[in-house]
Each structure stands twice: as structure tokens, then as C-alpha cells.
Design a protein around this ligand. Structure first.
Ligand code: FES
Ligand code: FES
Length: 177
């Protein structure tokens, strides 16, 4: 029988450890239990609820964050693994200048339905475009292969990511012409 991950989660008891890291550009100093998952500390201790828990076992990508510049499933990490790390969550993607291009394109293309998968999907898409600024549709499908969506049928999500990549690529081309 499959384990119920949420019910099997250990209770937060015993000594807490100090965790110092940077999240969305801010220094964080928080006490965590050694068995607490990074996703739970983000959501329950720091109230950064953008990263979602879908499967809790690394299959859906709803909890995707950046960990030292790379996409990572926060449900699969212990919080104490983030000691000294630089984290970015969906809350840290927009800047004073506005939304990230990927966020804007998700809105423009209608890539959001219930929204549950979207924070993770956008973080994965941002990582994909940072790695490959001019992706093909196949690159996008492959790059988002670890992020599941139950609502959209994916085509609007893929369009949003392709358009975001093309827009940024075009801006870089124009700036360097
Ligand atoms: S909740 Fe982390 S991968 Fe599904
Ligand atoms: S928009 Fe609902 S799960 Fe993706």
C-alpha cells in the first residue's frame, strides 16, 4: 500500500537547529527541526506559500524553487540542507520593475487555470530559459517534463514559455545589434 506522505511526516519535536540562508535576497535566520522539510519551513515558518505541495515526493514539481541558482524540489530537501544557501521562491521572481517576463506571458497567454501548479511551473520555465534562451517547443516540453498540470492541457503553458523566451531573446538581440 502506498505511504501517505503527509500523514507519515514526523511531528516537529525536539531540539531545533539554527538555519541561516538567503531567501529572495533577504538574510533569514530561523530555528528548524532537523527533520523539517524545506518546503514546510518555507510555507509554515516563513509564510512563503507560493511553493505548493502536490505529491510530496518529487514527481509533480509544484514545490519548485531555485536552490543556489538551480531548480529544486523543496519537498525533497531538509531545511537544514539550505544552511548558507541562496534560495529564490516564486515570491522573489518579480522585481520593483514588475513581473518577470515568464509571469507576464503566463497571464497574457491564459496559461493559468486553478493556479496550483503555476508557481512551480514558472520557476521551472525561468530556469529553462536562463539555461537555454532560445528554446524550441520540444526543449520547452522536455524542460517542463517534471512539472505536472491537471487543468490546462499544457499548450497554453508551452506557448507562454516560448513567447517569454522569444521576447527576452529579441530584447537581447536588439540591445547588442
Ligand atoms: S510536491 Fe514536490 S515534487 Fe510534488
Ligand atoms: S493550472 Fe491547475 S494544475 Fe495547473
Amino acid at each position: 500500500m502506498e505511504t501517505d506522505v503527509k500523514r507519515a511526516r514526523p511531528r516537529a519535536e525536539g531540539k531545533k537547529w539554527r538555519l541561516r540562508c538567503t531567501i529572495n535576497g533577504r538574510k533569514v535566520d530561523v530555528r528548524v527541526h532537523p527533520h523539517q522539510r524545506l518546503l514546510d519551513v518555507l510555507r509554515e515558518e516563513l509564510f512563503l506559500t507560493g511553493a505548493k505541495e502536490g505529491c510530496g515526493k518529487g514527481e509533480c514539481g509544484a514545490c519548485t524553487i531555485f536552490f543556489n541558482g538551480h531548480p529544486a524540489d523543496a519537498c525533497l530537501m531538509l531545511a537544514i540542507q539550505a544552511e548558507g544557501a541562496e534560495l529564490v521562491t516564486i515570491e522573489g521572481l518579480a522585481t520593483d520593475k514588475g513581473l518577470d517576463t515568464v509571469q507576464e506571458m503566463f497571464i497574457r497567454e491564459g496559461g493559468v487555470q486553478c493556479g496550483f501548479c503555476i508557481p512551480g511551473m514558472i520557476m521551472a520555465a525561468r530556469a529553462l530559459i536562463d539555461e537555454n534562451p532560445n528554446p524550441t517547443l520540444d526543449d520547452v516540453k522536455y524542460g517542463l517534463g517534471g512539472n505536472l498540470c491537471r487543468c490546462t492541457g499544457y499548450s497554453k503553458i508551452f506557448n507562454a514559455v516560448l513567447h517569454a523566451a522569444r521576447l527576452e531573446y529579441q530584447q537581447v538581440e536588439e540591445a547588442t545589434a
